[in-house]
Write a protein that binds this ligand. Structure first.
Ligand SMILES: [Zn+2]
Length: 289
């Protein structure tokens, strides 16, 4: 039998991926694209935090954070940190422990883990105490300059994405809509652009309500301005991180046809055709730069 045939049979025989496998692949995709965007565009960000290429989560044994994945070519990969390693301390300070009553839930704990990592690396490099099986290793890790935004996947059925100044959130349901990493990058770059441009603070300072009444009248016009600015900057962010800019208008044209924009459809966004035209015009500008 040809090797390809054997591989084909093996693949056909393997069980379908579990929900945990699917979520892990989604987490790694978002971490990789997020890492590319925040490192390539570090110079555009007023608020920075070191990026390491570590994707952390719960560990199989114990309450310290475990390494879910290490992005290829990242600082963490360079010093030999590996999946399933358990990070016990940084710079001699213990990592926050899951289940500590100080954290109301697992996401509060994960936020504290990332804060501890950022603080430990703020001055440059730091020594991590890592548990690997029966061994404890000391590894010196230094991050690379990056925007301070962190990327998370929210477990909701709604098709949406958002940015709050610190985080970019994308709903799990959105993943069925993406045909490529470039399209996923388009959404993450748009939300990252909101954070870089400090849109939440800008709208708060203008007294713009983003609630139910934010979608009509003068508030809507102000929000729409931020949406246009985020779309425009998102293309530069994609381009500089090595993603294909045309994926943005392609995604939105297809998404609108299918969902009529879904929850993105309100007075705060340009409607479909105009948005796609604006994105295409901006691509020409970025390419001519
Ligand atoms: Zn937006």
């Amino acid at each position: 039998m040809e090797l390809a045939t054997i591989l084909g049979l093996l693949l056909a025989a393997s069980p379908p991926p579990s929900q945990a496998d699917i979520e892990r692949v989604q987490d790694v995709r978002v971490a990789k694209i997020g890492h590319d965007l925040v490192t390539a565009n570090a110079g555009r960000c007023a608020r920075r935090a070191p990026a390491t290429g570590l994707l952390l989560g719960t560990s199989a044994a114990g309450r310290y954070p475990g390494v879910v994945a290490v992005l290829p070519g990242s600082p963490a990969a360079g010093v030999g940190i590996a999946p399933d390693d358990i990070i016990q301390s940084i710079g001699g300070t213990a990592m926050p422990m899951l289940g500590d009553p100080a954290f109301k839930d697992a996401s509060a704990w994960m936020r504290a883990v990332h804060d501890r990592l950022d603080a430990g690396l703020a001055a440059g490099s730091a020594v991590l105490a890592i548990r690997r099986g029966e061994r404890t290793l000391s590894v010196e890790l230094a991050g690379v300059p990056a925007c301070a935004t962190r990327f998370v996947i929210s477990n909701t059925r709604a098709l949406n994405a958002g940015a709050d100044g610190q985080y970019v959130r994308i709903s799990q349901s959105m993943f069925a809509e993406f045909r490529s990493d470039d399209e996923l990058a388009a959404i993450l770059a748009h939300e990252l652009a909101h954070n870089i441009l400090d849109h939440r603070a800008v709208l708060d300072a203008q007294g713009v309500s983003r609630g139910l009444f934010g979608r009509i009248g003068k508030n809507a016009a102000k929000i729409r301005e931020t949406e246009i600015a985020a779309d425009a900057l998102s293309l530069t962010l994609m381009h500089d991180a090595g993603y294909r800019m045309a994926a943005a208008p392609e995604f939105w044209a297809r998404f609108e046809k299918k969902h009529g924009y879904g929850i993105f459809a309100d007075a705060t966004h340009l409607n479909g055709r105009r948005r796609v035209d604006m994105l295409n015009a901006e691509i020409v500008r970025v390419e001519a730069r």
